[in-house]
Design a protein around this ligand. Structure first.
Ligand SMILES: O=C(NC1CCCCC1)[C@H](C1CCCCC1)n1c(-c2ccc(-c3ccccc3)s2)nc2ccccc21
Length: 233
């Protein structure tokens, strides 16, 4: 069994990120809502915009706890948030679907999402991503670090000081690499597989504007915050 040791700084970083990640869960559990009732495509679209709006606010609070984030150039902070919000949303959605639920609940939830109003062409890539995340059986630390690494992506549009972001991302990557060895000692390629999901996530997120525009509702209304983040309207 490979010995994994963390430096004092890494232990402190993990604690800060885990506390922030736990604190910034989505207020009310969207999966529970979806399991309770069948909603019309209009109601589902409204639910998505409400959940997404609160998730962006939660994401902003989470990033403020990432050591070093607030020391970045303020415009770069905005560019990182804008560039990662949709990906963070799909990561959270994947975790919501892959959470342990009573027998048969996951199937009902899947069905409700398939029939929610999203146009057919996006269902397959979206569920392929959700399944590939589920197969990894990530522990909480890995989920929190993966979200952190997604936020700290240096090559987002309009980021000016990329090296500063790279330095922060590398710290989180070093920690995630050790976490993977600790929690998945039998899978030497686990860390590489995890990072591979970020490529799939970026591809899926490219479709977000089309996914919204093709949602089967007559009127696509967004909150001002989502207009900013989602490049819509
Ligand atoms: O509420 C949701 N997700 C919350 C977002 C914030 C973070 C918590 C999760 C939606 C619901 C889908 C069904 C109809 C209501 C909304 N959801 C999705 C998405 C499908 C498409 C999505 C999207 C995002 C951005 C742009 C274009 C499209 S998100 N996958 C889920 C998997 C499991 C549980 C919910 C899930």
């Amino acid at each position: 069994k490979k010995k994994v040791s963390f430096t004092k700084e890494q232990q402190a970083l993990m604690k800060v990120i885990i506390d922030a990640y736990n604190k910034h869960q989505i207020p009310q559990d969207v999966a529970k809502k979806l399991l309770q009732d069948k909603y019309s495509t209009e109601e589902n679209f409204l639910l998505l915009t409400e959940m997404a709006t609160s998730q962006v606010q939660v994401l902003v609070e989470f990033t403020k706890n990432i050591p070093g984030f607030l020391s970045l150039d303020r415009e770069d902070q905005i560019a990182l948030l804008k560039g990662s919000a949709v990906e963070a949303m799909f990561l959270r959605s994947a975790q919501a679907l892959n959470k342990k639920m009573p027998i048969g609940h996951t199937e009902v939830l899947e069905e409700r999402i398939r029939k929610s109003g999203i146009s057919e062409e996006f269902i397959k890539p979206m569920f392929n991503f959700y399944k590939s995340i589920g197969e990894l059986h990530m522990v909480l630390e890995e989920q929190a670090l993966l979200t952190t690494i997604t936020i700290l992506t240096p090559d987002r549009p309009y980021v000016k000081d990329q090296p500063a972001v790279e330095r922060l991302q590398e710290t989180a990557l070093d920690l995630l690499r050790k976490m993977c060895v600790l929690h998945h000692p039998q899978e030497p390629q686990y860390f590489a597989r995890l990072l591979g999901r970020l490529t799939e996530l970026r591809t899926l997120s490219h479709y977000h504007a089309e996914m919204l525009a093709s949602w089967r509702v007559n009127d696509h209304k967004f909150t001002p915050l989502l207009c900013e983040i989602w490049d819509v309207q």
